[in-house]
Ligand binder design. Structure first.
Ligand SMILES: [Zn+2]
Length: 266
């Protein structure tokens, strides 16, 4: 039942993400204005906006100008899937605080999905999305250490600093050394959220995962000639995928890694 609700919520929020990204690009007020076709600017009716269903009925084309709809139903399906998977594999339990963190995570996922799409389309991680995300990270850390992992204040501070150093520090260093050539400052800010929410162990895991995912996507791209060495690939989407994986499956990934690498010895 919860999974079903989350799937439906995810579809709606996925749809919202599609609209949000376009309106941010065009610097519009994304709360008041009605959705419109990106080609002919015809205002869309509610029946054009039903997640996935409208897209399928219209065969991916605008009802009015018949050009291809830019917004992919993949966003809606992906957000719905990640919502459901997050519930099924939620690592922090469903105590009262667990639920609050889960709620925060869903909001974070919506922001992350929007950042993913924006970075993919225009190679930029906008601050309007990034700052609320970092805000969630701060609230998250406070709740986490107050209720789920009550340790000495000094340990908390050390953990938070290590978490920030593990991703944001690393990327900040790369940013400084390469003068913004290798990584963008958006990646550094994303690293702040990652460090806060993941902690340093899973933060480092996420950095590693992001590189593995990037490698798996870029190598075939280079081999088939779809990319060249000069293709600029935004790194944000890889970091975002890795963050989701590290939060939900961090323990399992580390355990699997240890058993593969150290299996013969242990
Ligand atoms: Zn149109």
């Amino acid at each position: 039942m919860v999974v079903l609700i989350l799937l439906l919520l995810g579809l709606c929020f996925g749809s919202f993400v599609n609209a949000l990204v376009w309106r941010l690009k065009k610097k519009r007020d994304f709360v008041r204005e009605r959705s419109e076709c990106t080609h002919c600017h015809h205002v869309l009716a509610w029946y054009d906006l039903v997640p996935v269903v409208s897209w399928a009925l219209l065969k991916g084309r605008c009802r009015y100008c018949h050009k291809k709809i830019d917004d992919s139903p993949l966003t809606e399906l992906a957000v719905a899937a990640v919502f459901a998977v997050s519930y099924l594999f939620w690592p922090l339990g469903f105590t009262a605080v667990g639920w609050v963190l889960f709620g925060l995570w869903l909001v974070a996922l919506v922001l992350l999905a929007a950042l993913f799409l924006y970075d993919l389309k225009w190679s930029l991680l906008p601050n309007v999305l990034m700052f609320p995300l970092i805000g969630i990270g701060v609230v998250w850390v406070v709740l986490y250490y107050s209720f789920l992992a009550p340790v000495a204040p000094l340990v908390v501070v050390t953990n938070i600093l290590l978490g920030l150093a593990s991703v944001a520090g690393l990327y900040g260093l790369l940013y400084a050394v390469s003068k913004g050539e290798w990584v963008g400052f958006g990646d550094v800010k994303l690293g702040i959220f990652m460090g806060l929410v993941l902690g340093w162990q899973h933060g480092l895991l996420a950095v590693m995962l992001a590189n593995v995912i990037a490698f798996l996507i870029i190598i075939p791209g280079l081999m088939t000639g779809k990319m060249t060495k000069k293709t600029r690939i935004p790194f944000g989407p890889f970091l975002i995928l890795a963050t989701v994986l590290a939060l939900l499956f961090g323990e399992q990934i580390v355990a699997a890694y240890v058993s593969v690498v150290f299996g013969p010895i242990v």
